[in-house]
Design a protein around this ligand. Structure first.
Ligand SMILES: [Zn+2]
Length: 390
């Protein structure tokens, strides 16, 4: 396996270096068939003859990965791709995550077996995390930086849509409580990074003291990588379980659009926020909604969800962050700050079960400031950001 990983890396890096060279010379990016030909030539040289010792499929796939990386980069720089700017592909390192992908006839599965067969490697024993829902079209062999091995399958299948249940939920994300649901439920986050911070710092210090290239440094690097892996596993496990539960129980899920990248610029907040994993939580909810036929909505971040009474729609102005509970001056209802916000998020998603005193639906976008309290100008309402400090 390590020989294969090495070969894939060499093929990728060689092709990338060639592309970069052509770019510097002012030429167009070499086509995929040109790169493929280059690989064939490379295998014939005495110097790189060992590339023939591994299956040729993963090597071809490495070239394809490079093509994909370039295409993502080009699309992103032309503005044809949503989301974060994609950087051009970089050379692969021996110590980071390694992978090799087998397609078509280069792998074989046995019925009811704990073994899979990979070309030129042979049978390897696996521990199944779940049953395969269909015949896979490819198998990827992965070794992460903490030296753990995984096999990942690509399968095409139509997930069973969950029966519609008419329930809807608003979710308010925060730091003290990871999520507050509009039904009043509060969910704490495991905050794995915060718990392991001391140990993490110790391992980082340990690593930085070791001489570069030494065996002890490698041991220290592995220890640190293992801890990082453990932290992200704990976080992902929590996020997956919570998002699945929410998707199962509700037909409509409404989330507030938080300015995560803006908040990440605040150095005091950034660690706490990345520890929580809001961004992945949103991505998971989005993906699972599509998978199971649920409606997922994101509401505008400037809707004053903390300032408005969810019972009568009365706009009571900005509240200090230490105010966890308040009583509406208009209708006298006492509110928990987060639960009230979660209900408002749900209402803003257009699935209101909240009616005001006259049997009208409360609409947050229509009800604006009364009685001359705090301005509703967006600049004064960066409450989403400060709400999190609570
Ligand atoms: Zn009220």
């Amino acid at each position: 396996m390590s020989q294969l990983f090495g070969c894939c890396r060499v093929v990728f890096n060689d092709a990338l270096a060639y592309c970069q060279e052509q770019h510097r010379a002012g030429n167009k990016k070499p086509s995929s068939s040109e790169l493929s030909k280059r690989l064939t030539e490379l295998k014939k040289t005495e110097e790189k003859e060992w590339l023939t010792e591994v299956s040729s499929v993963p090597l071809q796939q490495s070239l394809r990965d490079l093509e994909q990386a370039y295409s993502n980069f080009f699309k992103s720089s032309k503005g044809q791709r949503k989301g974060k700017k994609v950087k051009p592909p970089r050379l692969k390192k021996r110590k980071s995550k390694q992978s090799a992908r087998f397609t078509d006839n280069s792998f074989k599965l046995y019925p009811n077996s704990d073994y899979i067969c990979l070309a030129k490697i042979g049978d390897i024993q696996v521990i199944w995390s779940r049953e395969l829902p269909a015949v896979p079209s490819s198998v990827t062999l992965i070794k992460d930086s903490a030296d753990r091995y995984f096999v990942s399958f690509v399968v095409e299948f139509n997930p069973q849509q969950l029966p519609k249940n008419g329930q809807s939920v608003g979710i308010d994300l925060g730091i003290t409580d990871f999520a507050t649901l509009s039904n009043g439920e509060k969910i704490k986050s495991p905050k794995p990074l915060k718990k392991q911070l001391k140990r993490l710092r110790k391992l980082q210090r340990n690593l930085s003291r070791k001489q570069k290239g030494s065996k002890r440094r490698e041991v220290a690097r592995k220890k640190l990588a293992k801890l990082h892996a453990k932290i992200s596993d704990t976080r992902n496990d929590f996020l997956h379980k919570l998002s699945t539960q929410i998707i199962r129980e509700n037909q409509t899920i409404v989330l507030e659009d938080l300015n995560v990248s803006g908040m990440m610029k605040n150095r005091k907040l950034s660690r706490a926020i990345s520890d929580l994993g809001w961004r992945s939580f949103r991505t998971m909810l989005e993906a699972k909604s599509v998978m199971y036929g649920r409606d997922f909505q994101v509401i505008d971040r400037w809707i004053p969800t903390s300032q408005t009474c969810s019972c009568c729609g009365f706009h009571s102005g900005k509240k200090e962050l230490n105010i966890r509970e308040w009583i509406c001056l208009n209708c006298g209802t006492s509110h928990d700050r987060d639960v009230n916000a979660a209900i408002n998020i749900k209402v803003a998603g257009g699935h209101s079960e909240t009616l005001n005193g006259r049997g009208e639906k409360v609409s947050l976008s229509v009800k604006k400031a009364h009685l001359g309290e705090a301005s509703t100008h967006p600049a004064f309402e960066q409450l989403s950001i400060f709400d999190l400090l609570k």
